[in-house]
Structure formats: structure tokens, C-alpha cells
Design a protein around this ligand. Structure first.
Ligand SMILES: [Zn+2]
Ligand SMILES: [Zn+2]
Ligand SMILES: [Zn+2]
Length: 257
């Protein structure tokens, strides 16, 4: 399986609108970050995407995406789901399957109510097949995506585990029971928004500690804000990762699992 980072930015994206800080003006392409999302391509050509934020169309064009077997969602914050309308060209033949936790799926029915009760024929609405993730996992061809409950401040969100890979974004706590679900993961993507503490996100340091507690050999930081450049984060991560190889992710990065 390969994992392509479609976006690695926090909710504002980088550059941040109206910000002129050095990171937002950086000429390093790795400092430009769309909202966080990954594209998974399985060995039998399964295509899954985790989250579809406001830049989904641009991300999908850049990645050459022509279909989605399943869209896995982590939670219903705008930066993770507000690109869902843009799946329209991908659901001409059949609806796009979207899987999340019960709260998120209920929220999507409200947020995209127009998709479920179109007012007139011919109006362009996405065909969405929403379902709640069973704890046993979601089959996507030969892949099985297992939901991993996480805490994002006080709200429950889902991480996803697919084989030896796990994607844990928008989290400030991993509940004790979720470590068992993550046992055996070797490559983990973790929310490490910045080095300063934040009430609803891990710091870079905590993200790497969590990757090491999980036992991963490689950790990629995502959902990154404009406090540090990519080059600075590379140094910070390699100094912090003692039992795993830790790096910041960047948009367009492809990793082999
Ligand atoms: Zn977010
Ligand atoms: Zn900035
Ligand atoms: Zn969030």
C-alpha cells in the first residue's frame, strides 16, 4: 500500500490568509500546506481517502484521483469535511461511500442535507452513501480500515488503522483502550500541530512520544501550523525521536507501507 499526503496543514492551511510571517512567505514548497488528508492506494488498486477538506478538488487533481472506493472521515470539523461536495464527478455511477462515527455521520446528514432531499431534478448534488463504522472495521477490497477512538479536546473523533499503518489526526489524547487497537502498527501519522501546547491537539513532542509508545518505527507529523518551517520541524523531530524515525510530513509526500 502507498500513502500520499494530500494535505498536512492545520485548519487554516498555510499560507494563512492575511499572514505575512516567514513560514507563510516561505519559498520552500514544503511550507505550503493544504488541509490535512491522505490518499491510500492498496496493492489491489483499492482507493481510500481519509478526510475531504476545503481543498479536496485541488488535492484530487494534483494526485490524479479518478475514483474513491471509500472516504473515511475522522470528524466533522470544517477542515476535514467541507470538500465533500466536490466528490460529485466521482459518484456518477454509484454513490461515494463515506464512513465515520455515529456523531460525525449524523452531522454530515445535517451539513449536506441538500444532498439527501434535492429540491429539483438536475441540480448537482453529491450522491453520498453514509454509514457508521463498525468497530470490527470497514472492508475496502482487501484492505480493512479499523476505527481508532481518540479525543480531540473533549470530543470523540476517529483515527484509522489499515494494516501496519495508522492515521491519528486532531487528537489531544489516545484513550487507554485504543492502544490495543494500535498494537503492531509500524508507520503512524500523528497530529503535531505545533511545539506550544494546544487544548485540542498534540504538540510535536507529544506526537512523537505517542508514536514511540505505540511502538512505531516511523512517525510522520501532520496538521501543522505556521509556527515553524518544514526545515525547522525536521530538526526538531529528529532530535525528539529516539526510538523511532520522526519527520514532518509535507503535501505530496508518498510513503510505502
Ligand atoms: Zn483539523
Ligand atoms: Zn503565517
Ligand atoms: Zn478538528
Amino acid at each position: 500500500m502507498t500513502v500520499e499526503f494530500l494535505g498536512t496543514g492545520t485548519s487554516h492551511g498555510i499560507p494563512v490568509l492575511a499572514c505575512s510571517c516567514p513560514v507563510c512567505r516561505s519559498p520552500d514548497a514544503r511550507d505550503a500546506r493544504y488541509r490535512s488528508s491522505v490518499l491510500l492506494r492498496g496493492d489491489a488498486d483499492e482507493i481510500a481517502v481519509i478526510d475531504a477538506g476545503p481543498e479536496f478538488r485541488l488535492q484530487a487533481l494534483r494526485a490524479g484521483l479518478t475514483r474513491i472506493d471509500t472516504l473515511l472521515v475522522t470528524h466533522a470539523h470544517a477542515d476535514h469535511v467541507h470538500g465533500i461536495d466536490d466528490v460529485r464527478p466521482l459518484c456518477r455511477r454509484k454513490p461515494v461511500r463515506i464512513v465515520g462515527d455515529a456523531e460525525c455521520i449524523d452531522e454530515l446528514r445535517v451539513r449536506f442535507a441538500y444532498a439527501f432531499s434535492p429540491r429539483q431534478a438536475g441540480g448537482g448534488v453529491p450522491k453520498l452513501d453514509l454509514s457508521v463504522a463498525p468497530s470490527s472495521g470497514v472492508e475496502i477490497g482487501h484492505l480493512v480500515a479499523i476505527p481508532v477512538p481518540l479525543l480531540h479536546g473533549t470530543i470523540g473523533v476517529l483515527g484509522w488503522r489499515i494494516g501496519a499503518f495508522a492515521y491519528l489526526t486532531d487528537c489531544s489524547e489516545i484513550p487507554e483502550s485504543s492502544y490495543a487497537i494500535l498494537r503492531g502498527v509500524s508507520v503512524v501519522v500523528v497530529d503535531g500541530m505545533r511545539t506550544k501546547p494546544h487544548p485540542t491537539h498534540f504538540t510535536v513532542e507529544r506526537a512523537i512520544e505517542e508514536a514511540e509508545r505505540i511502538g512505531a518505527s516511523r512517525a510522520f507529523i501532520t496538521h501543522i501550523c505556521h509556527d515553524h518551517s518544514h526545515a525547522e520541524l525536521e530538526k526538531i523531530c529528529s532530535a525528539l525521536g529516539t526510538r523511532c524515525e520522526a519527520r514532518p510530513a509535507h503535501d505530496g509526500l508518498v510513503i510505502e507501507i
